[in-house]
Design a protein around this ligand. Structure first.
Ligand code: GTP
Ligand code: MG
Length: 194
């Protein structure tokens, strides 16, 4: 898939700020620090499109990125950090639920998990949440470059077991550092577009 254009559109704290429903959208969810921003930069081949941070994000907005005027990536702030006030957290939770249940052009969730470790409770909850709403999931196992060869199969098995992985979903081994998995990500996204 050739990237002709990839740009940040807007961040929305409220559903009224969402762009129109004309293009297929893919949610990117995952714990803080799992590599979501790096993932966006790597698959779009635009350095710094999404900020890569060493400190966990504190924002609670949905961040929309336009790719080729053909589809959108929607970054969900990393979960697993409770550094935002309850009121903001609750407001965001409501918007997230509205998005997942009502957004007509929502095609699939990319759930990023750290390939090195078993999924955390938050990851499992997010996967179960998606399955409850019949949302297709692309599990992206990040930081593949940090694994020993022997652990690739073992960790994939463990992650799938812990998530209760549905074999109709997708599992992609990914590394931003090695730019591994990029074609597979795009092939899967394009397949889920129609
Ligand atoms: P928040 O926005 O804070 O939720 O984090 P994030 O999920 O966007 O993670 P981010 O992309 O900022 O990456 C977090 C850290 O992991 C950074 O230090 C990255 O350089 C590192 N990182 C991300 N992807 C990879 C990867 O594929 N391999 C390796 N080795 N490091 C990575
Ligand atoms: Mg980020």
């Amino acid at each position: 898939y050739t990237i002709k254009k990839a740009e940040f559109m807007l961040c929305a704290a409220w559903s009224s700020q969402w762009p129109d429903e004309s293009l297929p959208e893919f949610l990117l969810a995952g714990r803080s620090n799992v590599g979501k921003s790096s993932f966006i930069n790597t698959i779009t081949d635009v350095n710094g499109l999404a900020k890569v941070s060493a400190t966990p994000g504190k924002t609670r907005t949905l961040n929309f990125f336009n790719v080729n005027d053909e589809l959108r990536l929607v970054d969900v702030p990393g979960y697993g950090y409770a550094k935002v006030p309850d009121r903001i957290q609750q407001q965001f939770g409501e918007m997230f639920e509205t998005y997942c249940t009502e957004r007509k052009n929502f095609k699939a969730m990319c759930l990023l998990v750290d390939y090195r470790h078993p999924p955390k409770d938050d990851d499992i909850t997010m996967y179960e949440y998606a399955k409850y709403y019949h949302i297709p999931v692309i599990v992206v196992a990040t930081k593949e470059d940090k694994l020993k060869r022997n652990d690739l199969v073992k960790n994939e098995k463990r992650i799938k077991e812990d998530l209760g992985f549905d074999e109709n979903d997708y599992f992609i081994r990914f590394s931003s550092l090695k730019k591994k998995g990029v074609d597979e990500v795009w092939n899967t996204i394009l397949k889920l577009c129609d």
